[in-house]
Design a protein around this ligand. Structure first.
Ligand code: GLN
Length: 485
């Protein structure tokens, strides 16, 4: 029989409600798997077995009382950028190494209200800045498909833990691709919801106009179940929108006959690996075979997206990270009585090099004399990028692109060249700039490494994206492949 830690949410839910298994057993299976592979994968920053087993026992009581929801008793890893009451939330930074929140992020609260079981906190690039998980102040995470390679980032822990069977699903955050890109590099499914669909309350801010929480799972349906649980208006987040509650699983299984899919030429970028191109071309052919119609389209302002993102994200980051001053909370340098020196040393020791680089870039772009030339221009470009999407979605229902132009690269290969690292997000960050939903699913392998295909849709088109991706998934079963770990 298949090990319990590999079950889908649906399978686990069915076996839990029919009393074939208990949540304690399921949770123990994940903890055993963590024990077996975590030394190699290192997807966690904190593992919380006591909390997990007590939450599992609580879930078993709910199940026994017939009082269960789809995620009751299901184990999850939470990215360490989401506040968890009483459990360290470090953002993989020395700055927050000893920070223990006194409240839960809304998404964590929602999972806990469903009776989900927290296994621990996921590794990430420091403050979610990065594409490889190498910017974690504590340790890198390794790709379960090849331990010499990165899992992607910044939610590298979220993707690696799901791909290695350490957890059933995980929560990540996506500012420019941080859920989708690691999902792609690790051969799992990652969803970045429409901006405003999921509450950001308790998500430590990186770039507030771009950040969004999203699920990582081993199937499209698993991500739909998690979206059901975390979506919805939250009075504590002024940017969260009021919309009717939906069941994102309800359209799964429907045909995609007549669905219009656009292929934007600008996403087949220079530097895209030929193996990735080939796999994506085959995936597009498969979607056509399933009844979708394929339309070449163009989004000309895509060429500004990377530059636009790397002005807006650092600008917002420089403002958001100003709170880490050694006074309010977090790391505080104690070796001086001089206030200014304490502030400087706190930030010098508290932040790693990439965070420092972003704060400097952002501060520069926002300063008098440069604001108009950089920040204002970037906001204007943002409007154009968004208009391009609006335009194209008058013609097609969704877009298909590679998630990442490259497969998982070697640890250390790009870390010394920030621009190379930034280029990896060329296909994902326009989606955040426009506030759209994006979904990455596995669609094959290049040289033994997973390739991800991205579905992009208009605002609040998650149902369409999930339906299309699910149709492809069940016709191909790429998501069933597992690393030999
Ligand atoms: N890699 C991108 C960056 O470094 C995106 C990160 C993210 O989505 N959090 O900013």
């Amino acid at each position: 029989m298949e090990k319990l830690n590999w079950l889908s949410i649906q399978e686990a839910h069915d076996q839990l409600t029919s009393k074939q298994i208990s949540s304690v057993e399921l949770t123990q299976a994940c903890l055993d798997r963590i024990n077996a592979v975590e030394d190699e994968v290192q997807s966690f920053l904190t593992i919380t077995p006591e909390i997990a087993l007590s939450q599992a026992a609580h879930a078993d009581r709910l199940l026994a009382a017939g009082d269960s929801l789809p995620l009751t008793g299901i184990p999850v890893q939470i990215k360490d950028v989401l506040c968890t009451e009483g459990v360290p939330t470090t953002c993989a930074s020395r700055m927050l190494e000893n920070f223990i929140p006194v409240y839960n992020a809304t998404v964590v609260e929602k999972l806990s209200n469903q009776g989900a079981v927290m296994l621990g906190k996921g590794n990430m690039d420091e403050f979610a800045m990065g594409s490889s998980c190498e910017n974690s102040a504590f340790h890198p995470t390794r790709n379960p498909w090849d331990l010499e390679r990165v899992p992607g980032g910044s939610s590298g822990g979220a993707a690696a833990s799901v791909a290695s069977g350490e957890t059933i699903f995980s929560l990540g955050s996506d500012t420019g691709g941080s859920v989708r890109q690691p999902a792609s590099l690790c051969g799992v499914v990652g969803l970045k919801p429409t901006y405003g669909l999921v509450s950001r309350y308790g998500l430590v801010a990186f770039a507030s106009s771009l950040d969004q929480v999203g699920p990582v799972g081993r199937s499209v349906k698993d991500c739909a179940f998690v979206l059901n649980a975390i979506a919805g208006h939250d009075a504590k987040d002024a940017t969260s929108v009021v919309r009717e509650q939906k069941d994102y699983t309800s359209n799964l299984g429907q045909e995609i006959n007549g669905l219009k899919l656009g292929i934007p030429e600008e996403y087949f970028v220079d530097g895209m690996e030929s193996g990735v191109r080939q796999v994506i071309d085959e995936a597009i052919a498969k979607l056509e075979e399933l009844g979708a119609s394929i339309h070449p389209v163009s989004l000309p302002t895509t060429r500004y997206a990377l530059a636009c993102y790397y002005i807006i994200a650092p600008s917002e980051c420089s403002a958001n990270l100003a709170r880490y001053d050694g006074v309010k909370y977090g790391y505080s340098y104690q070796g001086t009585n001089d206030l200014w020196e304490a502030l400087e040393k706190t930030r010098e020791f508290g932040f790693g090099p990439e965070v420092t680089r972003r704060v400097m870039l952002g501060t520069y772009a926002l300063s008098t004399g440069y604001y108009d030339a950089y920040y204002l221009k970037a906001q204007q470009a943002r409007t154009l990028i968004r208009q391009d999407f609006d335009q194209v979605f008058r013609e097609v229902d969704a877009l298909i692109t590679p998630t990442s132009p490259v497969t998982a690269f070697k640890i250390g290969e790009k870390v010394g060249d920030p621009v190379q690292m930034y280029l990896i997000d060329a296909c994902t960050l326009p989606v955040n700039i426009a506030g759209l939903p994006g979904l990455s699913i596995p669609c094959g392998f290049s040289d033994g490494l997973p390739v991800g295909m991205q579905f992009i849709g208009p605002h609040f088109s998650e149902e369409t994206l999930l339906k299309a991706a699910h149709a492809y998934e069940i016709a191909t079963d790429w998501n069933k492949s597992r690393p030999t770990l």
